[in-house]
Design a protein around this ligand. Structure first.
Ligand code: ACM
Length: 423
């Protein structure tokens, strides 16, 4: 009944009644940092752990086992160090209370990264004190105090927050606030109210690089984790191709053409983050990222291994396995009806093993999810399947379906909106 299922479970015949004061905890440096071992017998419950996160996960397992614990030994540790969920709070803003609730829900599944997609064409959701218009044009946003609360709440549950400031495409909301960042000084930009890929990108001026480096300075002050995501996906080259000033900059910089501008801007951000001892993460589409950057491979399942072969760290996020915003089955309406992600396709995602593959991540893009209840309905039950993939214990699918019931009941009892179970 445990989700994610422990990776090594040796159950004997008897059972032990659970009580909190029967639990004896001891550190075991022989176990991985997030690993734990539960020894359950009539003498009590010994919880050994490699580190505090391991002890936390051991207790999550005990809680799921219920009031009568099987006698035996459970030795458990995750396959991946990055077990992530991405929430897009740019397309539709999600209130802080919901972010905290989502942290609780993912921590129960032993997931340990919440990646917040904070900016896009349709909104800029993070207060930047140096550039107040960014949030003035976008309406709802998180203040510095909100972020500090979210980061601390997450840390208590062994969840790291990875912030994403997307660039140099998906920036129309930033251009609406500061048009001088764009390629056409005569243009007035609006925070976009459509979905799709805006053709607008950042210009190639040093002032624009400095603007975003200042933004990243505030981001690094707010988010203590080692990773900062800078987007990089779906960046169109049209404006750099047709704007005389961009062409002039391309020549000055010695770039081979407009197609190389995205990588140039990403590399400038990577240099800046490296000085602050932070690692840059970006959405990987082709092998042009800065040395040492961590890639998030979203296009297909093959690109994860390709990025790993380049010697990069990789978080696998192939859309046909991990985009939980896709409907679970064909349905009419404005959802992408040609892209469906079934519970079984999520469960059967078999991440390759290669040096550099550090994790997997599930995505919740919110174009078609205006409310927290919509997000929950898309997340569950598929996030339960994803949690087993991330932990590395996904096995027999019918066994998973049998174990699902108490979890769906528990989620419903917590007031979570659970989507249809379409096996
Ligand atoms: C993406 O789905 N554009 C990362």
């Amino acid at each position: 009944m445990i989700i994610p299922r422990p990776r090594d479970l040796a159950v004997l015949g008897g059972s032990v009644a659970f009580s909190e004061d029967l639990v004896r905890h001891r550190p075991d440096p022989g176990l991985p940092e997030e690993g734990y071992r539960l020894t359950l017998n009539e003498g009590g419950i010994e919880l050994a752990s490699g580190g505090p996160a391991g002890a936390y996960y051991g207790r999550q397992t005990l809680r799921q086992l219920g009031e009568r614990l099987p006698e035996g030994v459970i030795e458990d540790a995750p396959r991946f160090g990055w077990r992530g969920v991405m929430l897009d709070v740019a397309r539709h803003f999600m209130p802080k209370a919901f972010i905290l609730r989502l942290i609780d829900l993912i921590a129960e599944l032993k997931l340990n990264v919440l990646h917040l997609h904070l900016t896009d064409d349709q909104g800029w959701r993070l207060e930047i004190r140096r550039y107040p218009r960014l949030t003035e044009v976008s309406g709802d946003h998180y203040t510095h105090e909100d972020i500090r609360e979210i980061v601390a709440y997450a840390a208590d549950r062994f969840v790291r927050i990875v912030p994403e400031i997307g660039l140099p495409g998906h920036v129309q909301a930033a251009l609406a606030a500061y048009p001088e960042l764009g390629n056409d000084p005569s243009e007035t930009y609006e925070v976009w109210t459509k979905w799709g890929i805006s053709e607008h990108t950042l210009n190639l001026e040093e002032e624009t690089i400095a603007f975003f480096q200042h933004v990243l300075d505030e981001v690094c002050d707010l988010f203590p984790g080692e990773y900062v995501h800078v987007g990089g996906d779906e960046c169109r080259n049209d404006e750099w191709e047709r704007t005389p000033r961009a062409q002039e900059r391309i020549r000055e910089l010695g770039l081979p053409g407009a197609h190389a501008c995205r990588a140039w801007i990403t590399a400038r951000m990577a240099e800046h983050l490296a000085k602050k001892d932070r690692k840059l993460v970006y959405w990987y589409e082709k092998p042009d990222g800065p040395p040492g950057a961590t890639t998030m491979t979203w296009l297909d399942e093959e690109s994860g291994e390709l990025a790993a072969l380049e010697g990069r760290d990789v978080v696998l996020a192939p859309h046909l396995r991990t985009y939980l915003d896709y409907p679970p089955e064909q349905e009419a309406g404005p959802f992408f009806p040609d892209r469906v992600l079934s519970l079984s396709n999520t469960y059967h995602f078999a991440p390759p093993s290669a040096p550099g593959i550090i994790g997997v991540q599930a995505q919740l893009w919110t174009e078609y999810m205006p409310t927290p209840a919509d997000v929950e309905r898309q997340a569950f039950p598929r996030l339960l399947a994803f949690a087993e993939v991330a932990w590395g214990s996904a096995g027999d699918y019918s066994d998973f379906l049998r174990r699902l019931d108490p979890h769906l009941t528990r989620l419903a009892a917590q007031g979570v909106s659970v989507g249809p179970l379409i096996p």
